[in-house]
Structures are given as structure tokens and as C-alpha cells.
Design a protein around this ligand. Structure first.
Ligand code: NAG
Ligand code: NAG
Ligand code: NAG
Length: 360
């Protein structure tokens, strides 16, 4: 028993260490991020005035920041890893600093339809405005905004697609119909990347999508029999769709790399990292990987769409660090920390480039 505990402790130290010891990054890259709630650091709350209540934020910030988690998101850990501040949401007009980049990601975003706030295309249009305004301000003498050279050397991060797949299933499309939408979703991502490239962007960091069928929200709401579930209790067709999307995204990144001169495109297999976390949850110190910490209804999933985390009546577990899922859709800070640590090993990146490669 004692040696088992020791083993657990050493496994933990192994994974937690990279975040507590900052890598030496004297000149962190400017970062621009595009995506959905997986990387929204407060954009929805700033943009639409929605409230995200405690216990969101309880573990790290001690207050709600608009992040859907009890603490930091993957992108926050990545920023810490290269010694740069957390990214301010583009839409946050108060207390924001944009000298290290901006975050355009918004909760609920998908790629299609493309002219609806805050579709990927809208986020890109916001970026174009941000860029032209920033260059104007620099020309006028501002030291606090981003100049042309930094836009070129910046790291452009994209993490989107989960909601496109989720919306398809939610609208009662069959598996085959959902799969048919994937090429147009990928096309949107490609258009976004080409636009950034045409603007001079050369460094791209692309996250694939996680195992949609393992989210407690999906598991609690979708009618299913045991035949619909895989060996870890996740909805097979949801995960199959995510895998097909990821194959297409992988190819897109490969094609982009060879066609776009001078582009560095890193494709990161978030799916593999998250699925391992769920399949081997006890190895990482987690119990019950398919149950939300914050929600309503108790086991097996603790999710109720009428009483979600932060709403009156929702209940929250004592130790978020023991669960993978925070609110049924988003991961706990503890899980995000492990995912970010794994990203930093570069084992899950194609090509095998580490995040701090972009320090200069
Ligand atoms: C982190 O950044 C600060 C200033 O932004 C700098 O003083 C410090 O040396 C950096 N640390 C490392 C380990 O690169
Ligand atoms: C999908 O099907 C369910 C069950 O048949 C129905 O309750 C729901 O309204 C449908 N949703 C849409 C968007 O058509
Ligand atoms: C679970 O861990 C084992 C042992 O490390 C590994 O072989 C397996 O691939 C993991 N499962 C998943 C789904 O990643």
C-alpha cells in the first residue's frame, strides 16, 4: 500500500513538475487564439454580459473569470509554460493588456454558420480589425500594442470543431449525416488559416477535438443502450465522428505545411491525451471519469441540463482534483493541468515540436 502511494506521488510529481518550473523563455511568442469554451478565458462574459458564477474559478482564481472550469484552462497552463501572462479576451474592455496577444475564443463557438457571432470566421474578422487597429496605434507611438514583426512571428492557435459535431448530433442528424458535415467544417478551418497566413502569420498550433462521446453531458442526454457504448462507457458514434474529424484535420495540417511556404503547423492530438485520461483515470489519481464534479443528479453522470454548474440548486464535489469533468462538458483544472503537461512533452505533436519552440 505504502509503495503504491509512493508510486502515485511520483506519477503526480512527474506530471505536475513542468508547470511549476517555468521553462526558460526569455522572449515568449505573442499568441493569438481562436476557438470555443475549451479556450475561452472570459470572452463570452465580456461580449454578451452573461454571467458565469462560482464555483467556476474556485480552485485557482478564487472568483469567476468567465472560464468554464474550477481553475485554469489548457491555454493558461501553456501560457505559464512560456512565461507569458494569461491571454486577455479580445472583447474584454476592462483591465486588458494585449501586448502579449489576444484571445478570440468564445464559449459555444463553431465554424458554421460562418456569419453568426462568434463563429471562427467572425473571430478571424475580429482579428483583422485588431491587427489594423494595433498597427495604427503603434504608428501613433504606442508601446503597448503589437507591431508588424510580432504579428509575423506570433503563434496562431486554433481549437474548434467540437460544437460543430455536437450541434449535428443535437439536431438529430444521423451519424452518416454528421460525418457528411465534416469537410465543410474543415474547409472553414483551412480558410481561417489561409487568411492568417496571407496576413503574414507563419506559426500555427492546432488542437484536434477531444472524445465527445465521453462527456457526462452527452452521456446523460443521449438515449442509448449498452451497444452504443465503447469499453470505457463513452458513446461510440460520437467518438467515431470526433476521430474522423481529427483525421481530416491532420491531413489539412499536412497539406498546409507542404503548400504554404515557410509555415510551421503543429497538429496536437488532444483526443489521445484526453481519452487516455478517461481510460486510465485511476493511474492519474482520478475516480469516476464520466461523472461531473459540479452539476445535479448524482451518479452515474451528475448532469442535468436544467440545473447546470453555477445555477441555483447545482451541487459541487469537495475535491475537483479527483474528477476529470468539471461541469459535464469542461474539464477540471487538475485534468487540464495534466493535459497541458502532456502537450508540452511534444510526444502528441506532429511534427514533434514543443510549445516553447516558439520562444525566440
Ligand atoms: C519571465 O519573464 C520575466 C519578465 O517578463 C523575466 O524577467 C524573467 O526572466 C522570465 N523568466 C524566465 C525563466 O524566462
Ligand atoms: C430530436 O428528437 C427528439 C426525440 O425524438 C425530439 O424531442 C427533439 O425535439 C428533436 N430535436 C430537434 C432539434 O429536432
Ligand atoms: C492506457 O494505458 C495503457 C498503459 O500505459 C496504454 O497502453 C493504453 O493505450 C492507455 N489507453 C488509452 C485509451 O490511451
Amino acid at each position: 500500500m505504502a509503495s503504491f502511494k509512493l508510486l502515485l506521488v511520483s506519477v503526480f510529481t512527474l506530471f505536475l513538475l513542468p508547470n511549476s518550473v517555468l521553462s526558460v523563455c526569455k522572449n515568449p511568442p505573442v499568441i493569438f487564439n481562436f476557438g470555443d469554451s475549451n479556450s475561452d478565458t472570459g470572452g463570452l462574459v465580456a461580449g454578451l454580459g452573461y454571467t458565469v458564477n462560482l464555483p467556476n474559478g474556485r480552485t485557482f482564481f478564487g472568483r469567476s473569470t468567465g472560464r468554464l472550469s474550477d481553475g485554469r484552462l489548457i491555454i493558461d497552463f501553456l501560457c505559464q509554460n512560456v512565461n507569458t501572462s494569461f491571454l486577455s479576451p479580445y472583447l474584454e474592455s476592462m483591465g486588458s493588456t494585449f501586448s502579449n496577444g489576444a484571445n478570440f475564443a468564445i464559449v459555444g463557438s463553431s465554424t458554421l454558420p460562418r456569419y453568426v457571432p462568434f463563429a471562427l470566421n467572425v473571430q478571424i474578422m475580429q482579428f483583422l480589425r485588431f491587427k489594423s487597429r494595433s498597427l495604427e496605434l503603434v504608428t501613433a507611438g504606442s508601446q503597448r500594442m503589437i507591431g508588424d514583426e510580432d504579428f509575423r512571428r506570433a503563434l496562431y492557435m486554433i481549437d474548434i470543431g467540437q460544437n460543430d459535431l455536437a450541434h449535428g448530433f443535437k439536431n438529430n442528424l444521423s451519424y452518416a449525416e454528421v460525418v457528411k458535415t465534416i469537410p465543410s467544417v474543415l474547409k472553414e478551418i483551412e480558410i481561417a488559416m489561409k487568411t492568417l497566413y496571407d496576413q503574414g502569420g507563419r506559426n500555427f498550433w492546432v488542437h484536434n477535438t477531444g472524445p465527445l462521446g465521453c462527456l457526462p453531458q452527452k452521456l446523460s442526454m443521449v438515449e442509448k443502450t449498452s451497444r452504443d457504448l465503447d469499453q470505457h462507457g463513452c458513446i461510440s458514434r460520437y467518438n467515431d465522428a470526433a476521430n474522423l474529424f481529427n483525421e481530416g484535420l491532420h491531413q489539412l495540417c499536412q497539406g498546409f505545411r507542404s503548400e504554404m511556404k515557410g509555415a510551421t503547423v503543429v497538429y496536437v492530438d488532444i483526443y489521445a491525451i484526453k481519452y487516455d485520461l478517461i481510460a486510465n483515470s485511476s493511474k492519474y489519481g482520478f475516480s469516476n471519469p464520466l461523472m461531473a464534479c459540479c452539476g445535479f443528479g448524482g451518479p452515474p453522470y451528475n448532469y442535468n441540463i436544467q440545473i447546470t454548474c453555477g445555477q441555483p440548486g447545482a451541487q459541487v464535489c469537495n475535491e475537483g482534483s479527483k474528477l476529470v469533468s468539471w461541469d459535464g462538458i469542461h474539464y477540471t483544472e487538475a485534468a487540464n493541468n495534466i493535459v497541458a503537461s502532456k502537450i508540452q512533452t511534444n510526444v502528441f505533436s506532429t511534427p514533434h515540436i514543443a510549445f516553447d519552440f516558439f520562444c525566440h
